[in-house]
Write a protein that binds this ligand. Structure first.
Ligand code: MN3
Ligand code: FE
Length: 297
């Protein structure tokens, strides 16, 4: 029988973490990629050296397809939550999908208006990047359409939230900070990345919550999470070398090792949170605090 949360005696479960994140997202996710001023970025681009241009173009082409991937691939997870009757999670995930759309919109603006590309820039996607974005991510998310099991959900969320968002996107944002923000270049890009980081902090927070909940509810999930992580982590680290490895001297005075160790640090922080989930009750996991999942915004 069809039933409605909004007309039930209880109404929404306002106290669970995804519902609190839904309210946050409505307020904090309200920025418009169209309003970011890219005039100075365009001028700065003209002053970049060949190697600086190459690394910036690679970064943006990885970001653009990465944001497009997460926009394309999220729907099966939303469907699973809807099918499980988790209305509060579904409501949060609608903000998540809108935000990914805005991220890919923003990245295409850089390619069009700042760099002015005249060719298909997917030539910058190399072996490790392709493994993740052409294969592991779309396959793990598409699997949910016919297999919504807890193990499949965990595998999807590890790939999407922990590796793609938690390690790759975060490391990419850090790269923009180290190359552009610290040298006072590309203020539009820096401003946009500031917004992206806030949105992404909620997305990763949701993944941390989902995985914690699955780990707490089902015996075998911890093992699934660990296996998936060890499969993907080397590819995530490999992407750093694909961006920087062959450009000598390294542009903007940066070294790849700084970024691989940053990626590792991000990863360790997420693992600490997930490990804690094993000792918590399911009730506690539904009501985790924002700070516990590393949510800043
Ligand atoms: Mn994003
Ligand atoms: Fe995201």
């Amino acid at each position: 029988m069809r039933s409605f949360t909004s007309t039930s005696v209880m109404g929404f479960n306002q106290s669970i973490l995804p519902m609190r994140m839904y309210h946050k997202a409505k307020k904090l996710g309200a920025w418009d990629p169209k309003e970011i001023d890219l005039t100075q970025d365009k001028k700065d681009w003209q002053t970049f050296s060949e190697s600086e241009r190459l690394v910036a173009l690679r970064l943006i082409s990885l970001f653009a397809a990465g944001e497009e991937s997460v926009t394309k691939d999220l729907l099966p997870l939303i469907q699973v939550m809807a099918d499980e009757g988790r209305l509060e999670e579904e409501m949060y995930l609608t903000t998540f999908l809108l935000e990914e759309s805005k991220h890919v919109e923003m990245m295409r603006r850089f390619l069009d208006e700042v760099i002015g590309i005249t060719e298909d820039v997917s030539v910058h996607h190399k072996e490790h990047y392709k493994k993740i974005f052409y294969e592991y991510l779309p396959n793990a998310m598409a699997r949910l359409k016919h297999d919504p099991s807890p193990a499949a959900q965990a595998e999807a969320s590890v790939t999407y939230n922990m590796i793609v968002e938690g390690v790759l996107a975060e490391t990419g944002y850090y790269a923009v900070h180290r190359t552009m923000e610290e040298s006072g270049k590309m203020p539009g890009l820096v401003q946009a990345i500031g917004y992206l980081k806030r949105d992404e902090s909620r997305h990763i927070g949701y993944g941390t919550y989902l995985l914690s909940r699955l780990i707490g509810e089902y015996e075998n999930i911890w093992h699934v999470v660990n296996q998936r992580l060890s499969l993907l982590l080397p590819h995530a680290v490999g992407v750093v070398y694909e961006v920087l490895g062959d450009i000598k001297p390294y542009p903007f005075g940066i070294e790849p090792e700084e970024f691989t160790s940053y990626a590792q640090k991000q990863f360790d922080a997420r693992m600490t949170v997930l490990e804690r989930a094993r000792k918590k009750t399911v009730e506690e996991l539904y009501h985790m605090e924002e700070q516990e999942i590393g949510l800043v915004y």
